[in-house]
Ligand binder design. Structure first.
Ligand SMILES: Nc1ncnc2c1ncn2[C@@H]1O[C@H](COP(=O)(O)OP(=O)(O)OP(=O)(O)O)[C@@H](O)[C@H]1O
Ligand SMILES: [Mg+2]
Length: 263
C-alpha cells in the first residue's frame, strides 16, 4: 500500500456513532472531486448498509436511464470482510486515483480502524448534540467545560501515533459539523464551545459541513448531488445555497491538489 506525498490522498469518513452523516458527506466529497476532473476511487466498508455503494449504483443507473454523462467515481464495497480483500480493493481503487474516499460503518469495526490509520485526511462528521459529542469528549454537566477526551478521541490519537511512526505522516483529523441549522440555539453554542476546547487538547480541526436540508435525503434514489446541475435543469434558491455550502465544505477540507499525471 503506497503512502507518502505523491501517493493517492486517502480521505476516510469515520465515527463510531451511527447516523452522523458519514455516508452522505463521503458521497458528496467524492462527486465534488470527480466533478473537478480528479480521478476518484470510493471504498465502502459498510458492507451491511452499503449506503455509498448504493448511492453510486443509483447514479450509474441514472446515467444509463437518462443518457446524461455525470462525473463518476470508481467504487467497490468490501463485501468479503477479509484482510486480503481489504488490501486488494484498497490497492485496486487507489492505483490510478488522485483521491481514495473510504466510508466506514457507524460502529466499532476492525477495518474502520485500519482505514483510520491509513488516512491522510480523517473526517469525523457529527451533529450539534452532546449525544454525538460524548464519543469524543465528556463535559461537566453544570459548566459544560470539557472534563476529558473519550475513547474515540483516544483511539484516533493512538492511530495517529502509529502512523507518524510508520511513515512520518500526520493524519489531518477534521471534525465536520453536519446538519448545521441556521437558527442560533443555545445548545449549538455550548457544543461549539466544547468542541473548540477539545480541538486544542486532542488536535483536530473543526469545519462546517452540510446544512440541515431535505435535498440531502431526496437525491439518493437517483444518486445525484446538487452539483449535477445538468441533470436538474433549473435550480431553486435552496439548491444554490446547498451548492455554496458544499463548496465551502470542500474548501475547508483543504485537500491537496492532485499531483500532475506523468506523460
Ligand atoms: N445535511 C443533512 N441534511 C439532512 N439530512 C441529512 C443530512 N446529512 C445526513 N442526513 C440524513 O441523516 C441520515 C443519516 O445520514 P448518513 O446515512 O449519511 O449517516 P452515517 O453516519 O453514514 O450513518 P451510519 O452510521 O448508519 O452509516 C440519513 O437519513 C441522511 O439522509
Ligand atoms: Mg453510513
Amino acid at each position: 500500500m503506497p503512502t507518502g506525498p505523491n501517493a493517492t490522498h486517502v480521505i476516510v469518513f469515520a465515527n463510531e456513532k451511527g447516523g452522523t452523516g458519514k455516508s452522505t458527506t463521503a458521497v458528496h466529497v467524492a462527486i465534488a472531486l470527480a466533478a473537478k476532473g480528479a480521478r476518484v476511487g470510493v471504498l465502502d466498508l459498510d458492507h451491511r448498509q452499503r449506503t455509498v455503494g448504493r448511492y453510486l449504483d443509483n447514479r450509474a443507473a441514472t446515467v444509463k436511464r437518462t443518457g446524461t454523462e455525470l462525473p463518476m467515481p470508481e467504487h467497490a464495497t468490501h463485501t468479503d470482510q477479509t484482510e486480503a480483500g481489504f488490501e486488494r480493493l484498497f490497492d485496486q481503487l487507489s492505483e490510478n486515483a488522485d483521491y481514495l474516499v473510504i466510508d466506514t460503518p457507524g460502529r466499532d469495526d476492525p477495518f474502520a480502524r485500519t482505514a483510520a490509520m491509513l488516512a491522510d485526511t480523517l473526517v469525523t462528521p457529527m451533529n450539534d448534540s452532546f449525544v454525538d459529542f460524548d464519543l469524543i469528549g465528556q463535559v461537566d454537566p453544570e459548566t459544560y467545560k470539557v472534563t476529558r477526551p473519550s475513547f474515540y478521541s483516544e483511539m484516533i490519537w493512538d492511530a495517529r501515533k502509529v502512523r507518524a511512526k510508520a511513515d512520518g505522516t500526520t493524519i489531518d483529523w477534521v471534525l465536520l459539523r453536519n446538519r448545521l441549522q441556521y437558527v442560533e440555539a443555545r445548545n449549538m453554542r455550548r457544543v461549539s464551545d466544547a468542541l473548540t476546547q477539545l480541538a486544542k487538547r486532542v488536535g483536530f480541526r473543526i469545519i462546517p459541513g452540510l446544512g440541515e436540508r431535505v435535498i440531502y435525503r431526496e437525491l439518493f434514489p437517483a444518486g445525484l448531488t446538487m452539483i449535477d446541475s445538468k441533470a436538474f435543469g433549473s435550480m431553486g434558491l435552496a439548491h444554490v445555497a446547498a451548492r455554496q455550502e458544499l463548496r465551502e465544505m470542500m474548501a475547508a477540507l483543504a485537500l491537496p491538489e492532485p499531483a500532475p499525471v506523468a506523460a
